[in-house]
Design a protein around this ligand. Structure first.
Ligand code: DHE
Length: 526
């Protein structure tokens, strides 16, 4: 198996559900202890993100043995090797698994899922390390450095973060992080950047140090995707929070040392059918600007939690539960930062949460599997303030009115066609362009598509690169867009936002994926 170049993002719909109950079950295969261990690792690395640790399904379908044993090993192996039209990656075809490995995984999914171990305070405390004590850190920002224009670039398969000076384009430091590092967020001041690895390891980096350095780390669980910090007035830089996939819980930590303070479980009931779910995973997290709260999105139950952290000094958190839709995934603010728009990808829906009135505004049906990242905000010449998402399941940009005063508020006011599925969309308040990647479009994963806000009916422009393009981010000034070329010999390409000419290529980056500008991440500019 190619260990590098993660592709564990595609949604998939294995045709398992098509089998009839009358079909007889295949016998349970046996595996040696060594093969079982190998299969467990491959499952964690490639499969659990979409199917869940217990295989009950989320973005991908349920693949528990009562379903998979209705298929022969040969059929399962074909699905694993070649993928499906519904979005299941062809792990063998694309070179990520050998035939031997897809055959092993076919057997593994016919065997009952081993329950991953719990991970509690004892394990967290044992993993907690403060590399630089608070008293030994700089008390002032670095002189002569535009540190708010630094970028953290995720080097996914290296499990590292490169901190790049956005002014000089120099790599200031490359810092160890968690396994298959996923995303970065910042503290309210922007001084600290936080990374989360798929192994639940949170790392904290100080942008004021010269060069920026690793100051603390803790392992919050076994599988995680999201991290954020307290941003409300009076709580700036005070707390950090990680949302785990496994165990299904969130962990609140000290904002300057990552010392774990509180663990809160998310196991509970689906919002609509009231069925108990053993594994409601924490998907996106954002810090409210209107209350000392985080907005935490629980994937499998479709519940949005507003978690009040203001009484944490007494050890108390208060949760408000808002019914939204299933399965909640990624999302972002509207331009006023009052409304949070989150994708419920199994229901082709964007749920809008009002963080002032603390309620669901509306569930808006868009296209197949919305996937906004944090989405993009701009002012449409006809419809006014809008926010938009791309889709994992079809080539579509859905543009939603976010101005509650308009009669078309919270409806899809415009749609743009893309040539295939996409992962991320981005713009900036100073830009007239909207950028979409085509990362999961097999025909043109190397293409960046650019729509014109001022001429929304015009055909988009396309820029071709020599490698797979993923994720876009602006610099602080809003005049450059940074794009990752996702490869073992990867690059970050910097385009001039006005002319789309290449200004600079930062080469020699191992599997660069997400990029996060300190200022834009701190201030939710997108
Ligand atoms: Fe992500 C955001 C989960 C695969 C790159 N991804 C998110 C968020 C979630 C999520 C819940 C929102 C975090 C937040 O805002 O707090 N991602 C998952 C998965 O479960 C999934 C589908 C499968 C998996 O096994 O992990 C998955 N993600 C991927 C990838 O394959 C990507 C392209 C590269 C990688 O890391 O392997 C990837 N995800 C990203 C990025 C963001 C993200 C860059 C943040 C976008 C932003 O601009 O904020």
């Amino acid at each position: 198996m190619k260990k590098h170049l993660g592709l564990a993002f595609l949604l998939y719909f294995v045709a398992i559900a098509g089998s009839t109950a009358a079909e007889s079950l295949q016998p349970v295969p046996t595996l040696s202890a060594q093969d079982f261990e190998k299969a467990q690792f491959i499952y964690f690395d490639r499969c659990s993100g979409c199917h869940g640790a217990l295989r009950k399904g989320a973005t991908g379908p349920n693949i528990t043995p009562e379903k998979t044993r209705k298929k022969t090993l040969a059929k399962l192996d074909k699905i694993l090797f070649d993928g499906t039209e519904g979005g299941m990656p062809g792990w063998g075809r694309d070179g990520f698994m050998t035939r031997e490995e897809t055959q092993l995984m076919a057997k593994f999914v016919q065997i009952e899922a081993p329950e991953p171990p719990e991970w509690g305070m004892k394990e967290m405390m044992a993993s907690w390390k403060v590399h630089v004590a608070v008293k030994d850190r700089p008390t002032k920002p670095p002189k002569g450095k535009n540190w708010e224009n630094y970028f953290g670039v995720v080097l996914r398969d290296a499990g590292k973060i490169s901190i790049i000076d956005g002014d000089t384009k120099e790599i200031l430091n490359t810092i160890d992080s968690g396994f298959a590092t996923h995303i970065l967020r910042t503290s309210a001041s922007g001084r600290y950047m936080f990374a989360i690895g798929r192994d639940g390891k949170a790392t904290m980096m100080d942008m004021w140090a010269q060069p920026p350095n690793l100051v603390a780390e803790v392992r919050t669980g076994i599988d995680a995707r999201s991290i954020d910090t307290s941003k409300f007035k009076g709580f700036e830089d005070k707390y950090a929070v990680v949302g785990d996939y496994w165990p299904p819980h969130y962990v609140i930590m000290e904002g300057d040392t990552l010392k774990p303070i509180k663990i809160v479980g998310t196991r509970g009931y689906t919002y609509d059918t009231n069925e108990y779910h053993p594994e409601p995973r924490v998907a996106s997290i954002v810090a409210s600007h209107h209350a000392p709260e985080w907005v935490l999105n629980l994937k499998e139950t479709g519940v949005v939690l507003l978690v009040d952290y203001s009484k944490l000094e007494d050890g108390t958190v208060t949760e408000t539960k808002i019914n939204a839709e299933r399965f909640l995934h990624d999302g972002g603010w509207d331009s006023t930062k009052r409304y949070f728009l989150v994708a419920a990808n199994a229901r082709d829906t964007i749920s809008v949460i009002d963080t002032v009135e603390r309620k669901l505004v509306k569930n808006i049906v868009t296209g197949t599997k919305p996937h906004p990242g944090r989405g993009a905000n701009w002012v449409d010449p006809k419809y006014g303030r809008v926010w938009a998402t791309v889709h994992l399941g079809e080539g579509l940009v859905s543009i939603i009115s976010t101005d509650p005063k308009k009669k078309w508020a919270w409806t899809v006011v415009r749609e743009w066609e893309l040539d295939g599925n996409s992962l991320f969309i981005k713009t900036h308040p100073k830009s007239r362009w909207v950028y979409c990647d085509n990362t999961i479009n097999q025909k043109k994963s190397n293409v960046l598509t650019i729509f014109d806000i001022k001429n929304p009916e015009a055909a988009p422009k396309e820029i071709e690169f020599d490698k797979k393009v993923v994720h876009m981010e602006f610099n602080k000034a809003g005049n450059e867009v940074w794009v990752s070329l996702w490869d073992n010999d990867g690059e970050v390409v910097i385009l001039d936002d006005k002319t789309h000419k290449v200004k600079k290529r930062i080469k020699g980056l191992f599997t660069p994926t997400g990029k996060f500008n300190v200022y834009n991440t701190t201030n939710d500019v997108y």
